[in-house]
Unconditional design. Structure first.
Length: 299
């Protein structure tokens, strides 16, 4: 019959989240060292004196088709500096949409930016007026790329790169050529959705073939979008973070829980075990407590 207030329970959760922060930070370190990352963000509400809209970023990474590590971090706004600061020393492949912060990162010679072809396809899919025959041809060609990628991921790294070079690159070259011609000679209304889709594609031409060069690059950013989806669904239930500390703690716990789900580990078993061992564990060996290491040692 002991009553514990909701406020005290919340404070306990925040303290747990802050205690687990070194694990989230170690996962981020390993993700960035993988040289292959996927990034996305979504808005969330937090309460600090009054209700505000902040942003939760996710970064996933690793050398596989669907990397298991996925971390989250919270910022009070969507300024470019937030993601640029996190990735300022990153070297490798970056998958994302066309948010301006990612476009700026693409100017870094150490970063190979892979814009999301699923976003390109969506732009043309939404363009339901104008030259529908040309729009249909573009969608068909993009669909061919996705079908070929399904086959490519069944092959070895070398064979995957070879298939992309021989079968996918010619499709992209043809798309670039015909879309350029359409923009120059086509009779398209300047404010139409088709014109915007063509312009969106044209602005990405320098980067469209980047995914062909790296065996673990993907045609889309669906890895990050799948990682951000539980946040978009979950916020309808938990609704908001109660404070900045709560947002930080929540992002840490989400990082561990969603990574557990990604590798097939039981999040509750993992967190209960780790919380018992965390305080007595060497900080230099914090990587031993990460979800994949825990699951490996458990089995």
């Amino acid at each position: 019959d002991i009553n514990i207030s909701r406020k005290l329970l919340s404070q306990w959760v925040v303290r747990c989240g802050i205690a687990l922060k070194p694990l989230r930070d170690e996962m981020l370190k390993q993700i960035l060292e993988s040289g292959n990352i996927f990034v996305d963000e979504t808005s969330v509400t937090f309460l600090e004196k009054k209700s505000k809209s902040g942003y939760l970023w996710t970064i996933c990474g690793g050398s596989s088709a669907d990397p298991p590590y996925r971390i989250y971090f919270f910022k009070e706004n969507r300024k470019e500096e937030n993601i640029i600061e996190v990735l300022k020393n990153y070297h490798g492949v970056l998958h994302s949409d066309k948010y301006s912060g990612y476009v700026k990162l693409a100017q870094n010679k150490d970063i190979t930016w892979n814009p999301c072809w699923a976003h390109i396809r969506r732009k043309f899919f939404e363009a339901e007026s104008g030259d529908l025959v040309f729009r249909g041809w573009v969608l068909d060609e993009i669909q061919k790329l996705f079908k070929l990628e399904e086959k490519a991921w069944l092959l070895s790294e070398e064979e995957r790169l070879k298939l992309r070079k021989e079968l996918e690159e010619p499709i992209i070259d043809e798309l670039i050529k015909k879309i350029k011609d359409k923009l120059i000679t086509g009779n398209i209304l300047p404010k139409s959705k088709l014109r915007k889709a063509l312009g969106y594609f044209f602005s990405l031409i320098p980067y469209l073939k980047n995914y062909l060069k790296h065996p673990f690059s993907r045609l889309d950013n669906n890895v990050a979008e799948r990682a951000i989806r539980p946040i978009a669904i979950g916020r309808k239930n938990w609704m908001f973070f109660g404070s900045l500390n709560g947002a930080e703690a929540g992002s840490v716990i989400l990082s561990l829980v969603q990574t557990c789900r990604g590798i097939g580990a039981n999040p509750r078993e993992y967190l209960e075990d780790i919380m018992r061992r965390l305080m007595g564990h060497s900080f230099k060996k914090v990587h031993e407590l990460l979800p994949d290491q825990w699951l490996q040692n458990k089995s």
